[in-house]
Design a protein around this ligand. Structure first.
Ligand SMILES: N[C@@H](CCC(=O)N[C@@H](CS)C(=O)NCC(=O)O)C(=O)O
Length: 210
């Protein structure tokens, strides 16, 4: 395999900095010790300027030598196959990691993102609030009983679930102490802090060039 490159925008407005999804891949590389570089594509013209690499005009995507892969979840699983720090190699542990990684995307983020979009567009008490509360309660119940989602240790499933749950509006949607403790614990990891600081810096540097 060649050089591992995480692709993101060259700039984003201040609001999403620290939350842009390239952070998931940066964080995973930091956790695993995999060497990586970050490169940019222009934010302006994003709807069309990289469709061959990300068909929805979004970021992040990853290149690993000749391998090109988009979707942050797919990128995380690609990295997890390279490092057992992100996913154990035994079949039971691996299955647990896969199921919770997909659950973060397809059972939680699938609800939280549309709920958040509706909230942002002025409909705080929107029709997804009940579904959202139910899902978060179900996660809370799980996290009351265990420290990590899979394999009794930190894995890429925790990285992704914590990233989905740490969005401020999601985090403050009701009181769920076990979830709050989990998000604090997982995002308190030095690798997260480094990845987040570097992302914010990446976009700040671009401010001067605009
Ligand atoms: N399902 C995609 C979502 C990617 C996504 O939402 N990316 C955002 C940045 S965090 C983006 O590119 N937004 C710009 C846009 O949609 O035009 C993934 O997980 O990679």
């Amino acid at each position: 395999m060649g050089e591992l490159i995480i692709w993101t925008y060259d700039w984003v407005p201040e609001g999403p900095r620290g939350f842009v999804r390239d952070l998931r891949l940066r964080w995973a590389c930091e956790e695993s010790g995999l060497a990586y570089a970050v490169r940019s594509i222009p934010f302006d013209g994003r709807e069309t300027n990289h469709l061959a690499r990300q068909p929805f005009g979004q970021i992040p995507f990853l290149t690993d030598g000749e391998v090109e892969i988009f979707e942050s979840g797919a990128g995380l699983l690609h990295l997890a196959r390279k490092s057992d720090r992100l996913m154990p190699r035994d079949p039971i542990g691996e299955a647990q990691v896969l199921q919770w990684t997909i659950a973060a995307l397809n059972s939680i983020e699938m609800v939280s993102v549309p709920w958040w979009f509706l909230k942002m567009s002025g409909d705080a008490d929107n029709g997804l609030a009940g579904w959202m509360g139910k899902r978060l309660d179900q996660v809370e119940k799980i996290l009351r009983e265990r420290e990590w989602l899979a394999a009794d240790r930190f894995t890429v499933a925790d990285l992704l679930m914590a990233d989905v749950l740490r969005v401020p509006d999601v985090r403050s949607f009701g009181k769920r102490p076990a979830t709050e403790a989990y998000v604090t614990r997982v995002t308190g990891r030095p690798s997260f802090e480094k990845a987040q600081a570097e992302q914010i810096r990446h976009f700040e540097v671009a401010d001067d060039q605009r």
